[in-house]
Design a protein around this ligand. Structure first.
Ligand SMILES: *Cc1c(COP(=O)(O)O)cnc(C)c1O
Length: 498
């Protein structure tokens, strides 16, 4: 069956998967969605005996129907290889009765690697399939982890260039060092004088600027997106929820068909939406618990039906979730109103105008699978400490937010189904905050002294991705105001704006 893709806002339809991946964002600013969510066509018992790569294939083939088996298997093989420090690719660790799905075993030690190690391959295959001869220029706004993971994926990939924008002062020291030391002549990193939402809005603006697109076209370039709005990011993420359930079954932790809940530390709503897709495809997942930090716009949304971004932007110790505009929520909005593109477009226009929209009761009841919660800094630190002291298991601050919200959920609802918690980053990526959580305030100041101290206390070896940046030279020093982002892109590409 040939699946087609359409914009959530109605401006484009009938695209193949490869065309949707190449475009990233639709011309009308909407996000691409498949015409329907496919059903897994292999029984869970069979999936239970498969490797990560095999399960990724069984999941992704149902969405990327214009890729041949050889093309898709080739992409999967290139992505999920020894870049990951475990053959399992994603590991399940049991602690305090919950299953932590460790999504941080890739080259940049955060879950973004799960999708961004394969996206460049999906994109180059897509370009070939569609006869694209322009160089593809990836633009990405990052709250810290996407940028590095995207550059690691695209660095040195022929026919591609990548420009990453991050909020200056809004990412952890390790995240910043990972980015500014990035190698590869096709990579550029720009620090924005603003927050993540400024960077993301700026990137969306560039995508919507047709005169800029013309300028690039004349110079042999075309833009695409590596942000989680790209359907080529969402689809690979569905695979690890299928995998997690299959492994729990294989390991005898659950019965076939047993309902398992999932808690996801959420920012842009991509990861949790992938869990929702997995559920819709037939994986027996129950409640999807959406964990926010103090930027709790999603908690408020799920409790009231009103999405309101008009509030202060709070910098927390889980910076990859410091987000007030969760882009992927648009896909759930679209599904919840029966794929009504006019309705979706109108709500999104309210969001970009007054920064606010309200969904109907009917739409809210469609979203009943989701449960919103949030955790403050103190609660997050406390759960990191208690998990470490009781089980010797170390988690990062983002996963800490999820663990705290998971506890709230169980207390408030009494729901005792087993729980998968998406563990989205290595604790070493946020060493300062993690060390402070387990050893108290007043820790050493130097980033690498902290890393070593954390390794000593926890008995966990420092990951290679952190070792690498100890001595790596800084290669990127660009900075700009949000208004000058186009200018930066054009300069890097060697075709400055007149
Ligand atoms: C990106 C990120 C998140 C948020 O994921 P979304 O898909 O944007 O909701 C959570 N934790 C970490 C470590 C991340 O890098």
């Amino acid at each position: 069956m040939n699946r087609t893709y359409q914009s959530t806002r109605g401006g484009e339809k009938g695209l193949t998967a490869s065309q949707a991946i190449l475009k990233g964002l639709a011309c009308d600013g909407g996000l691409f969605m498949p015409d329907s969510i496919p059903q897994l066509d292999v029984p869970m018992k069979t999936l239970a005996g498969m490797s990560y790569q095999e399960i990724a294939y069984e999941t992704m083939k149902l969405f990327l129907t214009d890729f041949t088996e050889e093309e898709l298997k080739g992409c999967i093989a290139k992505a999920y290889d020894s870049k990951f420090d475990t053959e399992e690719i994603a590991e399940l660790a049991k602690a305090d009765g919950d299953y932590y799905l460790e999504l941080y075993h890739g080259s940049t030690i955060a879950f973004k690697d799960m999708a961004l190690s394969i996206l460049p391959h999906l994109m180059t295959v897509s370009a070939k399939k569609n006869g694209v001869s322009n160089e593809i220029v990836i633009l990405a706004a990052t709250s810290g982890d996407t940028g590095k993971a995207a550059m690691a994926g695209f660095a040195g990939v022929p026919g591609t260039r990548i420009v990453v924008f991050y909020p200056k002062g809004g990412v952890s020291r390790v995240q910043e060092l990972q980015m500014v030391t990035q190698k590869g002549d096709n990579t550029a990193v720009v620090a924005i004088h603003g927050n993540f939402d400024d960077a993301q809005t700026g990137v969306k603006h560039i995508f919507g600027d047709s005169s800029f697109a013309d300028h690039l076209e004349k110079n042999g370039f075309q833009l695409s997106s590596a942000n989680s709005i790209n359907i080529g990011r969402l689809v690979p993420q569905v695979a690890y929820y299928v995998y997690a359930y299959a492994k729990l079954l294989e390991n005898g932790e659950i019965e076939d068909g047993e309902t398992v809940n999932v808690t996801v530390p959420t920012g842009n709503f991509g990861n949790i939406l992938a869990a929702y897709f997995a559920k819709k495809m037939g994986v027996p997942l129950g409640r999807l618990i959406c964990a926010s930090n103090e930027n709790k716009v999603l908690y408020d949304f799920f409790s009231t039906g009103v999405y309101d971004r008009n509030r202060p932007f709070i910098l927390t110790s889980s910076p990859s979730m410091d987000i007030l505009i969760s882009s992927n929520l648009e896909r759930l909005i679209y599904l919840s109103c029966g794929c009504d593109t006019e309705k979706t477009a109108a709500l999104m226009a309210n969001l970009s105008g007054g920064g606010k929209y309200e969904v109907t009761e009917e739409m809210r009841s469609y979203m009943a699978d989701f449960w919103g919660g949030f955790a403050g800094e103190g609660e997050t630190a406390a759960v990191i400490k208690s998990l470490f002291e009781s089980c010797g298991y170390l988690i990062d601050t983002h996963t800490g937010v999820a663990a705290a919200v998971c506890r709230q959920y169980k207390e408030k609802t009494g729901d005792s189904h087993k729980m998968i918690i998406a563990s989205t980053a290595s604790p070493f990526k946020f060493s300062g905050s993690v060390l402070e959580a387990i050893a108290g305030p007043g820790q050493e100041k130097d980033e690498f002294a902290i890393v070593d101290e954390l390794s000593r206390i926890s008995g966990v070896a420092v990951p290679a991705a952190v070792e690498e940046i100890r001595t790596a030279p800084v290669r990127h020093t660009r900075e700009c105001d949000p208004a000058d982002m186009e200018k930066q892109v054009a300069e890097f590409l060697g075709c400055p704006l007149a």
